[in-house]
Design a binder for this molecule. Structure first.
Ligand code: ADP
Length: 192
């Protein structure tokens, strides 16, 4: 790793099934292999502990994001690279968290709703369509697309490695990882 690493929060926002968790896992593996200190805050995991009991109402969704933002802030200021993977549908609260953290990269993980629904990784779109669950983002709840994301991953057009590479390039451009790492990661893609 060389010199001391700088903390940063990489915030992946997008519809359920857009690819946030998949890209996160990929990045986590790559960065850990180079001995960067990483922490992952995944929306589904957070809702089982830090945000247990919160609903999907607007108010509770905002509370969920504030809690995640607070933890990400603490970790970032202690020089950890924080990977956050959470739908985070509302723009204002994303902006609030961004302002709080400072070292923040917003990644819009973008796949059309039809694609996410067809993937239906967790079977939730089906449930939302037949009315078994409510307030589901993209179906009967709003998703406000980021207006100026730092990175946009179009996961219906790119491989996971390509999407992750866009994020790594941004990290390198902003000086959070060194370029040597990036080239090593490029060379390693063949091993995946
Ligand atoms: P989310 O965490 O956003 O709900 P997941 O990562 O759980 O979404 O699921 C995304 C699905 O899309 C996975 O089955 C993954 O293999 C697939 N996929 C296809 N292309 C990509 C890509 N470029 N980036 C991320 N996921 C992709």
């Amino acid at each position: 790793m060389g010199e001391k690493q700088r903390g940063v929060t990489i915030w992946l926002t997008g519809l359920s099934g857009a690819g946030k968790t998949t890209i996160c896992r990929f990045l986590e593996k790559k960065l850990r292999s180079q001995e960067y200190k990483i922490e992952v805050l995944d929306g589904d995991v957070v809702r089982k502990n830090l945000s247990k009991g919160l609903t999907f109402s607007k108010e509770d969704r905002d509370e969920n994001i504030r809690r995640i933002g607070f933890v990400a802030h603490l970790l970032t200021r202690n020089n950890i690279i924080v990977l956050v993977s959470v739908i985070s549908p509302y723009r204002v609260i994303r902006e609030e968290v961004k302002a709080q953290i400072g070292d923040f990269i917003e990644v819009y993980v973008n796949a059309p709703l039809e694609v996410c629904e067809q993937r239906d990784v967790k079977g939730l779109y089906k449930k939302a369509r037949v009315g078994e669950i409510f307030d589901f983002t993209g179906i009967d709840d709003l998703y406000e697309i980021p207006l100026k994301p730092d990175v946009e991953c179009k996961t219906n057009q790119e491989s996971v490695a390509e999407s992750a590479n866009k994020i790594l390039s941004k990290l390198e451009e902003l000086g959070y990882i060194n370029s040597l790492l990036l080239s090593q990661l490029h060379n390693n893609y063949s091993l995946i």
